[in-house]
Design a protein around this ligand. Structure first.
Ligand SMILES: [Mg+2]
Length: 360
């Protein structure tokens, strides 16, 4: 039996950080806004569409941005607000499918081949999602629908802002052939320049090269280029399981009463938590220490910091302080546990403009 054709949606918020600022401050609406940086220093994290007309874009040095657009308004980034909106839109995605792969705070792939509302049309789902995002956040998003990730991503970019594009299988190859090589997701600036020097300007040019030649020039990723030139991409949508906390605990064979023994266990638990955080590419701001006494009474102590951390040392130091504050356990202990929360995942820290370089 052949696989059913997949239905992939790529959702991308429009000028996300800048749009949030314009939403929350009416004085910024209709004006060129740069989030991040200042007139003198720093880098633009996001630019409103009004600013983009002047050639201001994310990752541009603020100084140059101010030269290109003298009346550009710089505002400070409020990442806590952007993360909150990001969580809101992810909740909307999860109403349709659990196969959600976030690329950053404002972008995600969804596989809706099978979905929670039993809706066969990915187009209808994509537009419902855009509608719900607008109703619940007051912000617009663009969506692309196709049968693989590469095409869905290209599609969402075709009618920005507040747009929708469907790329059907019969149209895909011609569309890819006509595309400028710099527009290919996964082909960064450096690679695009190298391709151009080889005479590869469009998708059609890329398609003429053999897989062997592409691998020779670009390494393993050459086979990916060979396939996307043919509108083929079999990468799955990979959901990140969003865990709210990462923890480890241990029940002892015999209750323990000495500080030294407790610290030894905390060291071990810190190592386990740090390893899990490393595996999940997460950092934390909160550490919670769980103490269960010989009589099963439970005590939890936690501390939250302003900055994030992930090292074994940092976790251990906090856990040790929690063990000693307000005072060391006064009764024998049968279980100790450490958990890290207020987690930040690496994919949540990617900012607009950096995704291309990080994709491979
Ligand atoms: Mg975006």
């Amino acid at each position: 039996m052949s696989q059913p054709i997949r239905k992939i949606i790529h959702i991308d918020m429009d000028a996300f950080f800048a749009s949030v600022e314009q939403r929350d401050n009416p004085e910024l609406r209709g004006k060129p806004v740069a989030v991040g940086g200042s007139r003198a220093r720093g880098v633009v994290a996001a630019a409103s569409y009004e600013a983009r007309k002047y050639g201001v874009h994310s990752a541009l040095a603020s100084k140059i941005a101010a030269q290109r657009c003298p009346h550009l308004i710089f505002v400070k980034a409020r990442f806590d607000v952007y993360s909150a909106v990001s969580r809101q839109i992810r909740e909307i995605f999860f109403a349709y499918t659990d196969l959600v792969e976030p690329l950053s705070l404002d972008e995600a792939y969804l596989d809706v081949t099978e979905n929670k509302i039993g809706m066969p049309s990915a187009t209808i789902i994509a537009n419902q999602i855009r509608q719900r995002i607008f109703e619940e956040t007051g912000l617009t998003a663009s969506a692309g629908v196709s049968y693989n990730k590469f095409l869905a991503k290209i599609a969402s970019d075709m009618n920005k802002p507040n747009g929708f594009t469907l790329i059907t299988p019969d149209k895909a190859e011609d569309l890819v052939a006509s595309l400028d090589i710099g527009k290919f997701h996964g082909i960064g600036k450096v690679t695009a320049a190298k391709m151009q020097s080889m005479g590869i300007i469009t998708g059609a040019d890329l398609r003429e090269r053999s897989e062997a030649e592409l691998i020779r020039n670009f390494g393993k990723v050459g086979s990916y280029y060979y396939r996307i030139a043919r509108a083929q991409d079999d990468r799955d949508v990979q959901p990140h399981r969003i865990r709210k906390s990462i923890g480890s605990e241990r029940t002892f064979e015999a209750d323990i009463a000495e500080e030294e023994a407790m610290l030894e266990h905390l060291l071990y638990l810190s190592k386990e938590v740090a390893q899990d955080m490393e595996r999940l590419k997460a950092t934390a701001k909160t550490i919670t220490l769980k103490i269960k006494y010989f009589d099963f009474t439970l005590n939890t102590r936690s501390k939250t910091f302003l900055s994030e951390f992930s090292s074994e040392d940092a976790i251990y130091t906090v856990a040790r302080d929690l063990l000693r504050t307000p005072q060391l356990p006064q009764f024998p202990v049968r279980l100790l546990g450490i958990s890290a929360s207020s987690l930040l995942y690496q994919h949540d820290r990617l900012q607009e403009g950096y995704q291309f370089t990080l994709e491979f």
